[in-house]
Write a protein that binds this ligand. Structure first.
Ligand code: ATP
Ligand code: MG
Ligand code: MG
Ligand code: MG
Length: 487
């Protein structure tokens, strides 16, 4: 089933059940505390917190989302995109737990001929919050789910709140068992690869305060009119219904991956044996192709929503995505500009659901291609500096490029550490990565001290600049955002 059809069925299912269809909000978060829209509920925050009265009792949407926290997962797990679409249904003091569970179960298990997604009920599992006996019982009564396939989890996984005093409540997540070939028995608690999370139901039913951490807060009491917030991963359902291995192989993403492989003259799938991922010779090639496919799409969608490359905030995230995609292609051996080859392919697929991408493509592509050109120049000047550093290292009879050199390359030329590592390896050299990291840490400390001194609010972009971005490199990327919530 095509992704566009999964989306269409979603909206029509909930529209037929009294939900107002609300168009996706921009990826640039309407909520000032977030850089991006990270979940379907973000545009509804004023209604869910009771700050404003919802103009409808029920709503549904397919929301564009960006989660930069997941950037390190991209290409390595089967299920994380930096951009993805979250299908949501929302109740503002209207139906509650039973209704939410019933709708989810019906849509997932109704046959495809009858307008549903047609999942085999025997493959579905649910988790509930450990104290939520009501949900535990409803999964049995409403869905007929056997107790062995309902697992209890603690606050870390199955409790939602914003980190602020206000509404909160238990969650219940729905997982699809992909079968023994994908991992071990034992349900989602045992294995999140075999059991793929597709849908999160949030039951906002309490008011909390004294929030000290994800798991440490005080429950004040029940909300007078509890709300429902759910999020289903459109791409995750697509990968299952399209019978592909991962999110990067679905109809909306795969064409970019294929074009990237063609440009690089490599065959995608070298890391799979019988369809399953193995760590091996082709693994890094496959990861890079997936990263390219993901990042090109995310960059397209961000630019479609008016984000321009820049040195802070959303613009910086966009810049990073473009750079990572370009660099991954370089690491695959492609020296020529890649976005003119890849961006139109992504636009062609995505404009089927977002037609404005096609009408706006002149503007979007001009911005994107200029950004790639600028980065190519950075790479070119950094490459000359790298060559000098490598020669200097050899001339001194050393085999290791110093941390100082790696840091200078990064700091002065914006030259990513993994590229330094890779190019050094090509020349039979190593890099003092520990030294590099120490210098990065010192710079980060200086930046923090600066920020403290300035007492600026908002996003401290020096943090982002100070962390190397990575495609398969050992430097940990700590994310672009300070706050990202769950669904
Ligand atoms: P995971 O545990 O797999 O990282 P999550 O618990 O962080 O997912 P939620 O915050 O519950 O995800 O979001 C609701 C739904 O959105 C998930 O059930 C999933 O289907 C989808 N989703 C979340 N993050 C991503 C992502 N990075 N890419 C694609 N789909 C996602
Ligand atoms: Mg997650
Ligand atoms: Mg999860
Ligand atoms: Mg979840």
């Amino acid at each position: 089933m095509e992704t566009a059809e999964i989306r269409r069925r979603w909206l029509s299912f909930f529209e037929q059940r009294g939900h107002t269809v609300v168009p996706s909000a921009s990826l640039v978060s309407p909520d000032p505390s977030l850089l991006f829209t990270v979940a379907g509920m973000v545009p509804f925050i004023p209604y869910l917190t009771g700050r404003e009265t919802a103009p409808y009792p029920r709503a549904t949407s397919v929301q564009k989302c960006v989660r930069t926290l997941d950037i390190e997962e991209v290409g390595r797990t089967t299920r994380h995109g930096t951009f993805f679409q979250m299908n949501g249904n929302f109740s503002f003091g209207d139906y509650f737990k039973e209704g939410a569970i019933r709708y989810a179960w019906d849509l997932l298990t109704t046959s495809q001929d009858d307008g549903g997604y047609g999942f085999d009920p025997d493959t579905l599992w649910a988790t509930v919050y450990e104290d939520d006996d009501e949900a535990f019982q409803l999964w049995q009564d409403v869905a007929g789910l056997p107790v062995e396939r309902i697992q209890r989890r603690g606050k870390k996984d199955n409790y939602w709140h914003t980190g602020q005093p206000g509404p909160a409540g238990p969650c219940s997540e729905i997982y699809v068992d992909r079968g023994p070939a994908y991992g071990v028995d034992g349900g989602p608690v045992a294995d999140e690869d075999r059991y793929l999370e597709v849908w999160n139901l949030v039951f906002m039913q309490y008011e909390i305060d004294q929030v000290r951490s994800k798991e440490d807060f005080r429950v004040l009491g029940p909300l007078p009119r509890p709300n429902i917030d759910t999020g289903m991963g459109l791409e995750r359902v697509a990968l299952l219904l399209q019978g592909v291995e991962n999110l990067y192989e679905i109809d909306e993403v795969r064409p970019v991956l294929d074009r990237a492989a063609e440009l690089a003259g490599v065959v995608y799938g070298g890391s799979t044996v019988d369809g399953h991922d193995v760590q091996g010779a082709g693994h890094e090639v496959d990861v890079r192709l997936r990263v390219v496919a993901d990042h090109v799409r995310s960059a397209l969608m961000l630019m479609g929503d008016g984000v321009r490359p820049g040195n802070e905030g959303a613009g910086y995230v966009l810049r990073r995505l473009v750079r990572r995609a370009v660099r991954a292609m370089r690491l695959l051996g492609v020296q020529t500009p890649v976005l003119p080859e890849l961006l139109p392919v992504s636009m062609e697929r995505m404009s089927r659901s977002y037609p404005e991408l096609a009408t706006d493509f002149g503007r979007i592509s001009a911005v994107a291609y200029a950004e790639e050109e600028a980065f190519r120049r950075t790479l070119d000047s950094g490459t000359a500096r790298f060559t000098a550093a490598a020669e200097g290292t050899r001339a001194q009879g050393r085999r290791t490029v110093s941390g100082d050199e790696a840091f200078a390359l990064h700091d002065t030329y914006g030259f990513p550490i993994d590229l330094t590592l890779e190019m050094a390896a090509e020349q039979g050299l190593q890099v003092d990565a520990d030294g590099f990291r120490r210098l990065m840490g010192e710079q980060r400390e200086r930046a923090r001290a600066d920020a403290r001194a300035k007492k600026t609010g908002g996003v401290d972009t020096s943090v982002y600049r100070a962390v190397g971005d990575t495609v398969g490199a050992p430097v940990v990327f700590t994310g672009y955002e300070q706050t990202e919530g769950d669904a």
